[in-house]
Write a protein that binds this ligand. Structure first.
Ligand SMILES: Cc1ncc(COP(=O)(O)O)c(C=O)c1O
Length: 455
């Protein structure tokens, strides 16, 4: 059960959904409930999926037909091809196509082969993994780093390993799924604080400590929230953690490498680089490979994770190719070229946000590689997403329960290889898709009727 949002009873787009059942429902409808036949729930979900696909209203599970450049082609779930300006990929500094990164991958294949043949606990470590841990530690100004197979595995593994059943987790309600899942797997004592609300986090911590007992507390947040492009006050949260004898863990998946003059992410931007208790993240947004990490202050914790974080203990370690790609990407992130790429990225971000405002659209959060545009009720958002490829724009629809009900959004993600001109064009194309998907007049009238009836 997803308890991150205080939900209103219904989605405001119910009237539209009456016209077309493919506009109704969410993935949440297919979770839970008892079924004598375990195949029942997936079948019901599949029927709903097929209906959405047939109506062109399922813009997910698409396949990129080439590298993630500013122009791209996507094979859609219904078999059709969508092509155009690509704001749907996570490759913030465009390093996945960098010749030096490709050369590092090729060299690693020749030297080590393509596979890590075991878990880090056994003999799976590839020579350069240790060097990557050291280089990351240096970049983060944290003494110790442990690698994980993915960013998700890092978040889940950290919480599952560090937090015991009697301990407490206090977490931003919009924290990533890996953190929620890890917290729930670790303890019943999970407390969600209102998004970015330090005062609310304090109230929860006070309550926990007022009960007495010797419980550990992990305070958990993100550097840049992936659906909202906003950031918490990290210094205030770190001070709060110290005050209540808790540890703070910050997931910098989206900001590390892509933000801040030196690529130090939100910790660097906010002047707390190297000062947080635990920093974790992913390589998959900026460092051009799958993989993740946890950085901490004590060798004991880093070693503990190797043996107690199930997502690394019982999983093969990163492949030599992934390690080489991340090492080279990190070298670029820290170089003068990295600085130039971050500048280019930020110019596109600022141009896009400005152009979306000119279109009269509500852009959420602060300038970051993630540019979320609020669309509102799910049904209308699905219609807009259907119109988008026709306008030559590729971007990701995010709908409930990934975000709150009636807060569906189009998430555009920028890359260093985009130009500000492409950003202006993308905003125009989104504006045209929104106009094209405007609800039929009869529905608007019905809505007005409903509003009047309620008044
Ligand atoms: C905050 C956060 N943490 C972790 C992850 C997972 O990272 P990965 O794709 O490396 O598993 C993501 C990506 O969606 C994320 O946004």
């Amino acid at each position: 059960m997803d308890d991150r949002f205080d939900e209103p009873e219904t989605d405001a787009s119910d009237t539209l959904a009456l016209l077309d059942p493919a506009l109704a429902g969410s993935t949440r409808d297919f979770v839970g409930g008892a079924h004598a036949d375990l195949r029942e729930r997936p079948r019901a979900f599949h029927d709903w999926l097929v209906l959405r696909r047939e109506r062109g209203l399922h813009p997910y599970a698409r396949t990129l037909q080439g590298p993630p450049g500013p122009q791209a082609r996507l094979a859609q779930a219904d078999g059709s091809l969508a092509s155009g300006l690509n704001f749907s990929s996570q490759d913030y500094l465009s390093l996945s196509t960098h010749p030096a990164v490709h050369a590092a991958a090729t060299e690693a294949i020749q030297r080590w082969g393509v596979h890590s043949a075991g878990s880090t606990v056994l003999a799976g470590n590839v020579g350069d993994g240790d060097r990557l841990e050291q280089e990351l530690a240096e970049h983060l100004a944290m003494p110790h780093v442990r690698l994980f197979p993915t960013g998700w595995a890092a978040g889940y593994g950290l919480l599952r390993a560090l937090v015991g059943p009697e301990d407490h987790v206090v977490m931003d309600q919009l924290a990533h799924n890996c953190l929620h899942e890890g917290a729930r797997a670790a303890t019943r004592h999970v407390h969600l604080h209102r998004h970015l609300d330090v005062a609310h986090a304090r109230t929860l911590l006070q309550r926990i400590r007022a009960r007495g007992g010797q419980h550990g507390i992990l305070l958990v947040t993100e550097g840049c929230f992936s659906m909202d492009a906003d950031a918490p006050d990290l210094a205030a949260l770190q001070a709060l953690a110290h005050e209540f004898d808790a540890l703070l863990a910050v997931d910098v998946a989206h900001d590390l490498g892509s933000m801040g003059p030196l690529g130090q992410g939100q910790p660097g931007l906010q002047g707390v680089h190297g000062e947080l208790d635990i920093v974790l993240g992913s390589f998959s947004k900026t460092l051009a490979a799958n993989g993740g990490f946890v950085a901490c202050r004590e060798a004991a914790l880093a070693e503990y994770l190797r043996y107690y974080a199930p997502t690394t203990t019982f999983s093969n370690t990163l492949s030599p190719v992934q390690i080489a790609v991340v090492r080279e990407s990190l070298r670029l992130v820290r170089s003068a070229e990295g600085l130039q790429r971050r500048d280019a990225l930020m110019q596109t971000v600022l141009a896009l946000r400005q152009a979306l405002h000119w279109q009269g659209l509500e852009v959420l959060g602060q300038p970051s590689p993630i540019v979320p545009v609020l669309l509102g009720p799910t049904a209308q958002a699905r219609r807009i997403a259907r119109a988008l490829p026709g306008q030559g724009l590729l971007a990701n629809l995010v709908e409930y329960p990934a975000v709150a009900l009636n807060r569906a959004r189009m998430r555009l993600q920028c890359m260093a290889a985009h130009t500000p001109a492409q950003a202006l064009e993308a905003a125009r194309r989104l504006g045209r898709a929104i106009a094209e998907a405007a609800p039929p007049e009869s529905v608007e009238t019905a809505h007005m009727g409903m509003d009047t009836a309620e008044a």
